[in-house]
Structure formats: C-alpha cells, structure tokens
Design a protein around this ligand. Structure first.
Ligand SMILES: C[S@@+](CC[C@H](N)C(=O)[O-])C[C@H]1O[C@@H](n2cnc3c(N)ncnc32)[C@H](O)[C@@H]1O
Length: 263
C-alpha cells in the first residue's frame, strides 16, 4: 500500500498503454495481453515501432534543448515505464542540478519508477491523473521538487492522445500552462492519422485501459495556445531538429512533436 494501491488492483486482463509502449520499445515490463495488442497495432500501423523510437528520440533532443536553454525543473506527465535513458538521466547529463517530477496514472509505472528512481531531493515519482491537472499541480510531491516561480519544462510526450475530446485536452494543457512562469517550455508529442488511415490502430485500444484519440495537425496545434512554438514548429517527430539522417519511412510516422516557450 506504500504507493497508494494494492497489487491486486493491477489490471493484467486489459492492455495498458504504458505496457504496450514498453513492448514496442523492446522492454520487458509487459504482459501477454499487452504484447497481443502491440502486435495487432504493428499490423494496423506497420511503422509503429519506428514511430515509438522516433518519439523517444524526439523527447531526448527536446529535453537536451530546454535544459541547454536554462530550465532546471522538469514536470514529466505520462512518464511511461522506465527505459534507458530516462528523462532525469538525459537532463542531468546537460546540467547535474535539474530536478524532475515524474507523474503517471498507471500504478505499474509508479511501482517501477519508484523502484528504479529512489526518492531524492531532486526527483519525485507521483501517481496522479493528467485529467485532473489541478491535482497534479497541487500534489505535495510535485511541489517538493518543482518551484512554480522558476521556469519549468512541462513534458506531455505521447500522452494527450489518451484523453478523449470530452476530457478537454486543450483545457487541461491551459490549466497547466497558467501555472508556469515566463521562460517555461512545453515539450509535446501526439499521435495523428494525418499520414495514413489509422482507424484500425485506434480500434486496438478499444479494449485497453485508455482509448487512442488521433488528432489532426490543427487540433494538435491548438494544444500549444498561449505558447510560442520554436523552430521548426510542429512537425513529425523525426524532423524536429534531427541530429542524424532521419530513419527510413519517417514521412509515415504518425506522431507530431513540437517544443514551445511561454513568453
Ligand atoms: C505512450 S507512453 C509515453 C511515455 C513517455 N512520455 C514517452 O513518450 O516515451 C504514455 C504514458 O502516459 C500514461 N498516461 C496515459 N493516460 C494518462 C493520464 N490520464 N494521466 C497520467 N498519465 C497517463 C500511460 O500510463 C503511459 O505511461
């Protein structure tokens, strides 16, 4: 109960987005039900394995960028299962004094993250839901490491597509944005069906613990309201400031990514 849930509350009967993603990345923290869903996803969207790797690589480049720009605090909502390198490792390689709050609503992510990243002055691991952004912002373990009077890098990487339109993702982001001082950043990526019909991929999540809500370019752009997108704007993730030749089939990848500043 230390983490606020009991082992029997962990749902191994339905696929979880975090575990599907872990399997697609080649991780081991997943169950048969997740592997079946991920394999079905790879049939429906053959580029998905390249896509998740490209999404992770985008996150690495974006985190290095915002820390190099001077931000020393990261609020990572929708952390995912630990996978090397983790956000704190990427950020602290650029500057050792970066503090990180990891937030996810999946108890399995919370357990693994707690086991791996022992609580320290610089890191917290929080079980909370993005759909209640106020609860995230007010959580004592978030407040312990994040000072909202200083610039913050808000990471919403491959998570907002798990919110339905009825859950008002733009309002959720706006609530978080309004808590951030000037000089803060948002690093955001989001699944899209703009480059191929992905209704079959979406259907794979119908039985999962969260649905997949693909959004168009203009819908994703609206999530950046109140922020100024940095160059090159909102692009498919491999094309965000690539540091090496982009992987083959990058033009098919169904993830938009962007980094924006609160001016
Ligand atoms: C696809 S993974 C992305 C992990 C990591 N951000 C990355 O891009 O590599 C999505 C994560 O978001 C979490 N998640 C989904 N819905 C959430 C919600 N409403 N609140 C908090 N976390 C959520 C899932 O549990 C999962 O760990």
């Amino acid at each position: 109960m230390e983490n606020g849930f009991r082992a029997e509350e962990i749902d191994t009967g339905r696929p979880h987005p975090a575990r599907i993603y872990d399997y697609l990345l080649g991780g081991k923290d997943n169950y048969e039900v997740d592997r079946k869903a991920a394999d079905a996803l790879a049939v429906a969207a053959p580029e998905v394995r390249i896509g998740v790797r490209a999404n992770r690589a985008f996150m690495r480049r974006a985190v290095r960028h915002v820390v190099a720009s001077g931000v020393r605090q990261v609020l990572d909502i929708g952390t995912g299962l630990p996978t090397s390198p983790n956000v704190h490792e990427i950020a602290q390689e650029v500057s050792a004094d970066v503090r990180i709050a990891y937030v996810d609503n999946d108890p399995i992510v919370n357990t693994h993250a707690n086991a791996l990243l022992s609580r320290s002055a610089a890191t917290s691991v929080v079980l909370a839901d993005l759909r209640d952004p106020r609860a995230v912002l007010d959580h004592p373990e978030v407040r312990r490491v994040i000072d909202f009077d200083e610039p913050v890098a808000l990471l919403l990487v491959a998570v907002l597509h798990f919110l339905t339109d009825a859950e008002k993702p733009a309002e959720v982001v706006a609530t978080l944005r309004d808590a951030l001082p000037k000089g803060s950043y948002v690093v955001l990526s989001h699944a899209t069906g703009d480059f191929a019909d992905r209704s079959d991929a979406q259907a794979v999540y119908n039985n999962a613990t969260a649905t997949l809500n693909l959004r168009s370019r203009s819908e994703v752009e609206r999530l950046f309201d109140g922020f100024e997108l940095e160059e090159p704007g909102l692009v498919q993730v491999p094309f965000w400031r690539p540091e090496a030749p982009v992987p083959p089939r990058s033009g098919e990848i169904g993830f938009y990514g962007g980094v924006a500043r609160r001016g």
